[in-house]
Design a protein around this ligand. Structure first.
Ligand SMILES: [Zn+2]
Length: 237
């Protein structure tokens, strides 16, 4: 009997669990700043819109997609989460990421597979500690939790200590800066060993700007025999 396609089982596993309005305490929406909810329905619609294709300057060798552009609710949510510790925004962003994966599978942008592995793009260890844990891994885990047991997160990558902050660098400078600056985590090989031969692999990140981080991540993963099938980020610049 043929195994179900990734489209079939992702669609079956998908549960629309949207962030509910908090009716107890007046709160500001992490996407638009309106009072009354941590995350309003209007911003939730933006996060659950169809993915858009990205064409970054440093083009990855696979399709690169985003839930939307880096502006409005998605930009605000990422900044609120990363800079102001709004960990509650992991839930709607993870939900949006899950929806994006289902859509890409429905569009046949993901290969038929018996398992889907989400690899978070690397975050500097010190910044992850400062911000209370890597937000990209948290968003990926939230997405995986909504998509069933055949979707898992494998944090295989880390940045090397000499990776400088890329803010302010040109696209070329970012490529140079990242050269050899992304490394495989020590335990990644164990994770790879347990990865099914027919797993689909998606690299996930919060923002894709030049494409340098994604391209280098894909190159490093290829070096250990992990073939990335697509890139999906929350917001594309
Ligand atoms: Zn809003």
């Amino acid at each position: 009997m043929p195994s179900p396609t990734v489209r079939m089982w992702l669609d079956g596993a998908w549960q629309v669990v949207r962030a509910g309005a908090d009716l107890v305490v007046p709160l500001l929406c992490g996407g638009c700043g309106r009072a009354g909810a941590r995350w309003c329905r209007s911003c939730d619609d933006v996060a659950h819109d169809d993915p858009i294709v990205l064409t970054p300057r440093v083009a990855p060798p696979v399709g690169a997609w985003a839930l939307g552009r880096y502006r409005g609710p998605l930009r605000s949510a990422i900044l609120e989460l990363k800079e102001h510790g709004r960990r509650d925004l992991v839930t709607p962003l993870g939900s949006g990421l899950a929806r994006g994966l289902v859509t890409l599978a429905a569009w046949s942008e993901l290969p038929d597979a018996t398992e889907l592995v989400l690899v978070p793009a690397p975050t500097r260890a010190w910044s992850a500690r400062r911000r209370g844990g890597d937000p990209v891994t948290a968003i990926a885990a939230e997405a995986a939790s909504r998509l069933g047991s055949r979707v898992r997160v494998a944090p295989m990558l880390r940045t090397s200590m000499w990776a400088r902050d890329s803010a302010g660098l040109s696209a070329r400078g970012r490529v140079d800066n990242l050269d050899h600056a992304i490394a495989v985590r020590p335990r990644a090989r164990r994770s790879i060993a347990s990865t099914h031969a027919r797993a689909a692999v998606v690299l996930v990140d919060d923002v894709l700007t030049t494409g340098a981080t994604a391209s280098e991540s894909i190159r490093v993963l290829a070096g250990i025999g992990v073939r990335v099938d697509a890139v999906l980020v929350i917001a594309g610049a």
